[in-house]
Design a protein around this ligand. Structure first.
Ligand SMILES: [Zn+2]
Length: 439
């Protein structure tokens, strides 16, 4: 057979060698790589007339030119065009698959499981399909200046919509080393023509028309995994859907999705269960300071007095400040005896009792109290403070004082105490006093 002389200054054209290895195999030849040589051990009868009649041959892709020049292959060697023409005539487009990619769900699933840590539980497949999805390879000769005066064989990969694949994805999917497709995947002729058109249009946008020479479009079938992962911790269950290139899951360059929740929107691959039976990101699980239960961080309130975090059922609103505080943090005001937030208290007096101010009997609040307890009208001077829950009233005459704490809603007397004008001390009223003062 007749082949062109080599470029004596070139290095091994591994891209060309790899392409030829695939092309020969795709046309039914039996061949293997031996360093910089392809050894073709068998050529099908139908192909022999197209490449010079040989039943077996050697193709050299030398690093230097110092070898048997008759078998050296360069981009201008007629055998390349002959083989490509033969493939196009019979198949329109090439068909290939990565030489190394997962072929079974089992190969993918273990790597998916490995992505998660499940505290006290397990993960298993809740369903998974492994299907072939196509990307397109355009093989072309680059005649631009960037090819440094020497035409180079190049491969460009695009999606079925013509979007280029990133270099890292090409590497990760193993698209640099393809083998002929061994299984049958049905492709209608018009579909092949459509994909060929998409690939060739994409290459026109990449290099200027007269600087590229498109040789062939190849449909490359890669395994795509899709399914659900099911997690179990005790009686709790949850599932996460996943989809992506199987090879990326296997080599770890892509992880299945993290579990997210409102309390931890950034998501986590570390899963744990709350005491009420929800599987959530581990980072979102916290302990309620009152009950000791493991709950979602978003379920807890923060005590405005102590900073402790607990479930809402352990909180009350302070009657003086309105602050949400733990019931266990409340302290009693020495004057009105209401339970209030410690932050409202100063010298054992709540902010309400500290803000007692003179009030006239015409004040609607006083009018309401005097209407309910007419005997109180005997007291000439009044001071009043108000909290969310109560009125705090101090009545005074020449030498005596009276403290009355009244529920704002039903006007029930919560505390009645006597004092003198000369002391700040209060003495609890007796039943007799109550009768005398109130009824
Ligand atoms: Zn008070």
């Amino acid at each position: 057979m007749s082949l062109s002389p080599p470029d004596t200054a070139s290095k091994t054209d591994s891209e060309l060698l790899e392409f030829m290895l695939w092309l020969l195999a795709a046309l039914g030849c039996k061949c293997r790589r031996q360093d910089e040589t392809i050894v073709v051990e068998f050529v099908p009868d139908s192909l022999r007339p197209k490449i010079g009649g040989d039943a077996a041959l050697k193709l050299e892709f030398p690093a230097t030119g110092a070898i048997d020049q008759a078998s050296v292959v360069t981009l201008d060697s007629p055998i390349i065009r002959s083989l490509i023409d033969e493939l196009k005539a019979t198949q329109i487009v090439g068909r290939a698959a990565p030489a190394d990619q997962p072929e079974s769900v089992r190969e993918v699933s273990q790597r998916l499981f490995d992505a998660y840590t499940v505290d006290g539980g397990s993960v298993h497949l809740g369903g998974c399909t492994l299907e072939d999805r196509a990307v397109l390879r355009v093989t072309y000769v680059d005649r631009s200046d960037a090819a440094k005066m020497k035409p180079r064989l190049r491969q460009h990969f695009v999606t079925l919509s013509g979007e280029p694949l990133s270099t890292s994805l090409v590497e990760s999917l193993g698209l640099k080393h393809l083998v002929p497709l061994t299984r049958s995947i049905r492709m209608a002729d018009d579909q092949r023509e459509r994909w060929k058109h998409i690939a060739e249009t994409a290459i026109k946008g990449l290099v200027r028309g007269n600087e590229s020479d498109v040789l062939l479009t190849t449909v490359v079938w890669c395994k795509f995994a899709e399914g659900k992962l099911a997690f179990v911790i005790g009686d709790a269950t949850t599932a996460i859907g996943f989809s992506g290139w199987a090879q990326l899951f296997v080599d770890g360059s892509e992880k299945p999705p993290a579990l997210v929740c409102e309390s931890y929107p950034q998501g986590s691959h570390h899963l744990a269960a709350t005491d009420d039976g929800r599987i959530v990101p581990f980072e979102a699980v916290v302990t309620c300071s009152e009950s000791g239960k493991r709950v979602l961080s978003g379920d807890l309130e923060t005590c405005q007095a102590t900073g402790s975090k607990a479930l809402p059922e352990f909180f009350v609103s302070c009657p003086t400040s309105g602050a949400r505080v733990l019931r266990t943090s409340l302290v009693a005001c020495a004057t009105c005896q209401q339970m209030v937030s410690p932050t409202s208290c100063d010298a054992r007096q709540c902010s309400g009792c500290r803000s007692l101010a003179k009030v006239s009997k015409n004040d609607p609040r006083m009018a309401r109290v005097l209407d309910e307890y007419p005997k109180l009208d005997r007291w000439p001077r009044w001071k009043l403070a108000e909290t969310n829950a109560a009125y705090v009233l101090v009545a005074s005459s020449l030498a005596k004082r009276l403290l009355i704490v009244i529920d704002k809603h039903d006007l029930e007397v919560l505390r009645l105490a006597k004092g003198s004008y000369f002391s700040t001390k209060w003495t609890e009223a007796t039943e007799l006093d109550r009768t005398a003062c109130l009824q």
